[in-house]
Design a protein around this ligand. Sequence first.
Ligand code: TZP
Ligand code: MG
Length: 219
Amino acid sequence: MKTRPRTALPSGMRSLLRGLYVILDPAVHSTGSLVDLLKEAADHGARLFQYRDKTATMKDAYRLGLTLKLASADAGALLIVNDRCDLAIAIDADGVHVGQKDLPLEHARRLLGDDKILGISTHTPEQLTAAAAMRPDYIAYGPIFSTHTKSDHAAIVGVEGLRAVRRLSSLPLFAIGGISVESVEAIRDAGADGVAVISAVTQAPDIGGAVEDFVRRLT
Ligand code: TZP
Ligand code: MG
């Protein structure tokens, strides 16, 4: 099915919905600051970030989220908040990423307005088709590979699973789950517009180098 993207999203934001999508999760980056990580990744070419924090109090998430949003704006990058529309509104984030168990897309859209990014995680062809009908700005699909980062993840879909869903929507499609620099080319060839990664960047011994590798292979 061809789903036309919405027209209200500023084109400068839309153009960043591809390539490397770095998810910043304090649980997966226990050493050093997430803000320094964002700055280093942005210095080496990352332009799309997500703040994912499953455990912080709202007050702490607000403080960290605001710092990340300011650093990201300084770098000309976008910051999207995982799960929480209230937090995204409070820090004026660029958007929200919801999962299958989060606020339904139409309600998230009502809260955020038309000029913010809304993305959604999907794990089966049926979920992807249903999500696409709700006109998000991008769709994530996975997990492509096995991952230690998300303990409650859905069944692994594999590169062939990704290839099979590409034709279901023309919206920007991000592959997620267990993706490393080595697998990027196969994922791109299967039709993804980008890759969303946590550990491959946040746990890399050389964060800037890892970002450059991803960006080079995705361009
Ligand atoms: N959703 C599906 S897999 C996953 C999420 C949030 C974790 C991705 O982390 P990693 O470390 O890139 O496998
Ligand atoms: Mg969620």
